[in-house]
Design a protein around this ligand. Structure first.
Ligand code: LHQ
Length: 258
């Protein structure tokens, strides 16, 4: 069984974590495959947006704990440097928008990989757990970077130490995720977001991602300069010409991501 299902539909690459009986826990095979698929999505011109979700009850329970405890455990030294750090780096630097549709529980590295995506939505039945403290680890996969910036230092600190479960409705309320959807509409609504993005000026999104990435550590003056440089690039895209012309001509723009 492929650990990740891959399909391109309506200009959206669908990546479905596919170890449902293990709650889509990450083993080495799945972590390495995700990196290859993210690279392919970046390179493939027909892909304009990426949609990541999980198969079955869970989004992902984080690291497959059987893999770090069995007969031939994957060394700790490899797990961050070869699995999670490259995944988070690839998602943040990917030149296309990444929607994470959290279909069920997201724990440990599973939660933090979800939270580094550009737009995170969840099913009403989903939940988020900083499960690391329960097994004596520290939050990884960018969690200590993104979570305090998303929900504030105090809440992040408490969730990381206590390991409390945050239900989707609360995750939306505190700004951890963009939105939650009723379980019945979740797939339809979340895919619609990715398909909508795929019809928009995706080159500008790549530049928006760059600006947002920089904003996480810049002061205002440095950030204004970044906006200046990136806006110059955006203003020289075909999509910008199309957007302005369509507005003047009172018609719907056709963006190509160029
Ligand atoms: C699993 C897992 C799992 C294997 C559920 N592995 N099978 C970095 C550095 C180095 C090493 C370690 O990791 C990391 C990064 C990390 O991600 S650390 C955090 C690792 N993740 C966890 O500690 C979460 C462990 N899982 C849970 O706490 C629960 O399973 C949650 C809260 C996710 C779901 O609870 P339930 O809904 O009660 O489901 P369950 O516990 O019954 O799990 C369902 C099945 O999935 C079960 O299999 P079984 O054959 O018994 O039905 C679990 O064994 C399996 N599973 N998580 N991480």
């Amino acid at each position: 069984m492929d650990p990740i299902l891959f399909e391109i539909k309506n200009s959206v690459a669908h990546l479905t974590l596919n170890r449902p009986e293990k709650y889509n826990a990450f083993n080495r095979e799945m972590a390495l495959l995700l990196q290859v698929l993210l690279d392919n999505c970046a390179a493939e011109k027909s892909v304009r947006a990426i949609y990541i979700t999980g198969n079955g009850k869970a989004f992902s329970a984080g690291q497959d704990l059987a893999e770090v405890t069995g007969e031939n455990p994957v060394g700790f030294e490899k797990i961050l440097s070869e699995h999670y750090n490259p995944i988070v780096t690839k998602i943040r630097s990917l030149n296309k928008p990444v929607v994470c549709a959290v279909n069920g529980v997201a724990a440990g590295a599973g939660a933090n990989i979800a939270l580094c995506c550009d737009i995170v939505v969840a099913s009403e039945s989903a939940s988020f757990i900083q499960a690391f403290s329960k097994i004596g680890l520290i939050p990884d996969s960018g969690g200590t970077y993104f979570l305090p910036r998303l929900i504030g230092f105090q809440k992040a600190s408490a969730l990381m130490m206590l390991g409390d479960k945050v239900e989707a409705i609360e995750a939306e309320r505190i700004g951890m995720i963009y939105k939650y959807f009723n379980t019945d509409n979740f797939i339809q609504e979340s895919v619609a977001i990715a398909e909508r993005l795929a019809q928009m000026p995706t080159k500008a999104f790549a530049l928006t991602k760059k600006a947002l990435n920089e904003s996480l550590q810049n002061n205002l003056q440095a950030q204004l300069q970044i906006e200046d440089a990136l806006q110059y690039e955006a203003a020289h895209t075909e999509d910008y010409s199309e957007g302005v012309n369509a507005f003047i001509e009172k018609r719907k723009p056709i963006f190509k991501g160029l």
